[in-house]
Design a protein around this ligand. Sequence first.
Ligand code: TXE
Length: 480
Amino acid sequence: MLNIQNYINGTFQDPIKDNWIDNYNPSNGEVYGQIPNSHIEDVEQAYQGAKSAFKLWSKTTLEERSRILIKISELLEENLQRFAEAESKDNGKPVSLAKSIDIPRAASNFRFFGNAITQFASESHESVGQSAINYTLRQPIGVVGCISPWNLPLYLFTWKIAPALAAGNCVVAKPSEVTPMTAFLLGEICNEAGLPKGVLNIVHGLGTSTGQAIVEHPDIKAISFTGGTATGAHIAKVAAPMFKKLSLELGGKNPNIIFADCDYDDMLNTTVRSSFANQGQICLCGSRIFVEKSIYDKFKTDFVNKIKALNVGHPSNADTNIGALVSKPHLEKVKAYINIAQGENGTILCGGNEVTVHGYENGYYLEPTVIEVPTDECRVNQEEIFGPVVTIMPFESEEDVLKMANKVKYGLSATLWTNNLNRTMRMSNQLQAGIVWVNTWMMRDLRTPFGGVKASGVGREGGFEALRFFTEPKNVCIKY
Ligand code: TXE
């Protein structure tokens, strides 16, 4: 058994009420440890730690903050294998994926924001003819709350924490109770890197108790949240009357639009990834595939053949493409959508069944599933499934596909495959999404704004947008 503890004021401690939650290994369905089920008292202690640390941290020079964040990044890189294995065990994702994407990107988050803060600038405005100069101070907010989900556990946790700390805030953070392990390990690394105690506090527990206590805390002034849209709406309701700053990164149901004039092989290989990477549990996955009619039959055959060749297996096998889904309830949710598709006259072109992996019979494995849908309005084409399930259907014209692409409540990302420049410009201007990828998918430059429109969220993270979110602008006007 591997019990994890809260990281408060630089030390590891049990939850005050001694309540615990089981932590499951999705690859075999077994409980392998326990995590604190923290309550309001633990959050209060974390807040007090953060509050005391704020006085010094907010006055620490940018060079010193930057040095510590870059040190955390280096230590994560040194511990790559250990963190990748821990992430995989907790989440079910292939170790190879955690090693090549999740942990390196978590390290990049600290390095990037460690550097970005030294380049962050604010504006000044000379009020010509009035003998006055205005400048903008960008001051840290104080104690901020960061709440993250289970799909990219350390990657999304650090995506919030790194800019919050870089900007001079102190943090009370909660990782998902489903995947708490690498956030727990991060505490050790922060101590080793010399992060002063109390600057970062990590409290574990359920969303409805620990998470809710963070959101409701009267002196935690900003909340950065990534997770489900329903949870985001609830958090907004709680936080709005308290006038908290909010950044909400929520769900997606992203279109992948394929025109006949694209670079076919590149499109096909990338579409396999954009459909099923991380078992399809990425908010950016292109889960609605629209294909121009003239290449629809060819695409359908080639795509299904590629998907049938993917290996579903134990996350630590080097040849595993698809690992385990994150939890039993999530597996049940995804399976329920496959049934819904059949009830809506969808045709399962491949997949659709649970997989028994020899030696790990109780793990949460599911075949990658491709469903041909008769209309874009069916539920599987409208609701976020967040698993290894994609829909495909043909389209006739640019106009039609644009309408279908935009006819969902979400607006996170969209992918467009075409070599026609004018069409690229027309479509990318009109797609309702925070991010449009053309002839690629999930290519990330950390300086770019990241986030969605409509039910995919409010606000942007990434680059200076994140540093703007985690600072309060103050106008100072001096008359001379
Ligand atoms: O997420 P939750 P769940 C989508 C996906 C998934 C669905 C539900 O469709 O099937 O959301 O997933 C914390 N106050 N995404 O239920 O509950 C919770 O403890 C404060 C998309 O696992 O939103 C966890 O740390 N916090 C998504 C975090 O919120 C609360 C990634 C996210 O959990 C809380 C994950 C509360 N009242 C799921 N309730 C994406 N956009 O990437 C829960 N939490």
